[in-house]
Design a protein around this ligand. Sequence first.
Ligand SMILES: Nc1ncnc2c1ncn2[C@@H]1O[C@H](COP(=O)(O)OP(=O)(O)OP(=O)(O)O)[C@@H](O)[C@H]1O
Ligand SMILES: [Zn+2]
Length: 639
Amino acid sequence: MGNARNIAFWVVLFLLILALFQLFNGGGNTLQSRTIPYSEFVQAVKDDSVSAVTLDGEQVRYRGTDGNEYITIKPEDANLTQLLIDEEVPVEAKQQEQSGFQTFILSLLPFLLLIGVWIYFMNRMQGGGRGGAMGFGKSKAKMLTEKHGRVTFDDVAGIDEAKEELEEIVEFLRNPQKFSALGGKIPKGALLVGPPGTGKTLLARAIAGEAGVPFFTISGSDFVEMFVGVGASRVRDMFEQAKKNAPCIVFIDEIDAVGRHRGAGYGGGNDEREQTLNQLLVEMDGFEANEGVIIIAATNRRDVLDPALLRPGRFDRQVTVPNPDIKGREKILNVHARKVPLGPDADMRIIARGTPGFSGADLANLVNEAALMAARVGRRFVTMEDFENAKDKVMMGAERRSMVLTDEQKEKTAYHEAGHAVVGLELPQCDPVYKATIIPRGGALGMVVSLPEIDRLNWHRSECEEKLAMTMAGKAAEIIKYGPDNVSNGPAGDIQQASALARAMVLQWGMSDKVGNIDYREAAEGYSGQTAGLSVSAHTKELIEEEVKRFIEEAYDRAYKILTEKKEEWERLAQGLLEYETLTGDEIKRVMRGQPPHVEKDDEDEKPSGNAPSVTAIPKTKPRNKPVGGGDMEPEPSA
Ligand SMILES: Nc1ncnc2c1ncn2[C@@H]1O[C@H](COP(=O)(O)OP(=O)(O)OP(=O)(O)O)[C@@H](O)[C@H]1O
Ligand SMILES: [Zn+2]
């Protein structure tokens, strides 16, 4: 019994009693008027015991100073007007005659109103809203059935291991008797762990869809209420509902909202949350695995969960749902592309290649954006170009064609981006340059995109060095072209990327022989005063700084050298970008050779840029590959 619900109940009851009291008190006034002889009325007027009179033909009503109402009939010969004037008695306008019934209803009005309010309140508390959210003590779980669209394993792609691990649950739900007859141990709960948007909800729904059982969904944060006891009673109610509908699946999203380590709460013990969590534990222990209720919870913070949740008999099965790899991305794209008409050139493999770090939800969004782009220009199918644009939009923000750039800014951007591209193409270990553009997008004035052919998990030092050189090429280009005095803040994004990569090389990956194979990241945090860190000698600190700087400076010099050697090609590419604004990998190569970017169909046999290079994201330390060279900052007025 939710406390809050009780309080509300008593408040409403109190109001009702108050209303009834009022009714019998005040109501009496209008209902009981006493009829008196006219002479008595005249006497009352003279005695000043009349507060006001109402005239209605022969009938005179008046309220006496005693609070009662009287009625009298004026005899024909009496001069009432004169009497009222003499005695200065105010006359009130004649009231609308009301039937007895109307009067009755009217007097009941406040009472009815209160009943209405009361019913509304009780309804809200008991979840009168059909299939919808339930209030206070009731679980807020929403039940999804096949009416809401059936989701099956076919709709979930790219996370095959996770699917396999959950197959067993589907089997069990389809045929609980078979399992219990064999005395097999059925998991009561499974915990899906993984970053946002990787399809945890989808997976849980697919289990329900495959097994053909109802699916209850609730978010951990729905249990968290300010009233003590409400969360716990919601948990209880949720389990009751689930048992009634067994076999079924209960999905608790963001379980960390309730499931945080007890005692390690925010700002010291949170009674309500702990009580809720305890209730959850009690309920999970309280039902038998073969009752057919399976609890699936999702979190991206396994580390904060209370260990009690992970004990056998609770969420003893843990399934990792990672971001998809390149193959997985292709499959997910295909799943979502089923719903849109594709142009003949649309190749999901290439898109998968260009979207490392994208989650399933990001990819779904990408396909949707591409379809919108096609619709906007009135095409009936979605082309590769739409996908490209959608990808750039998702990654970098929308194109800002309307942004006014001076010719000078445009030219500088063109030389800067051409610098990245030329160095990227020159260095063999950089990822292939896929595209260069000087159309502003998001916060960047232009960018060079390079795509790894496969997801890169490890990096050699020489590759890192080449990547650094490509990143620093933008700045080198600006200096060669405009001189050190005229370098802009354009390379700010590059410098940030280069610093992050160089630091990782030195502090984390042991790529500096001088610093050695020691992970100094914690110490580096100490630098910025965040943590005490472990103590590092002043000498080592200097060494680290020196080495980070050396990697970057050497990369810069390398880029500078390449650009001076390849000055002509670079110049041609910059001019080409100024003319065409966006060039693909093949077009870039042609323009650099001094050919027109677009070739006639018949000699288009070149495969997408062979072994050309590029800089891209720093592996693992960066969430998503931002185009290198990309993120060139737009000049900020103040910066
Ligand atoms: N593996 C996948 N296969 C197909 N579609 C996917 C996949 N992963 C995500 N999606 C798409 O992304 C949408 C959102 O995914 P979902 O809500 O299941 O992610 P989630 O992991 O539960 O995220 P969160 O942790 O933010 O709740 C899905 O409805 C689906 O369209
Ligand atoms: Zn740049």
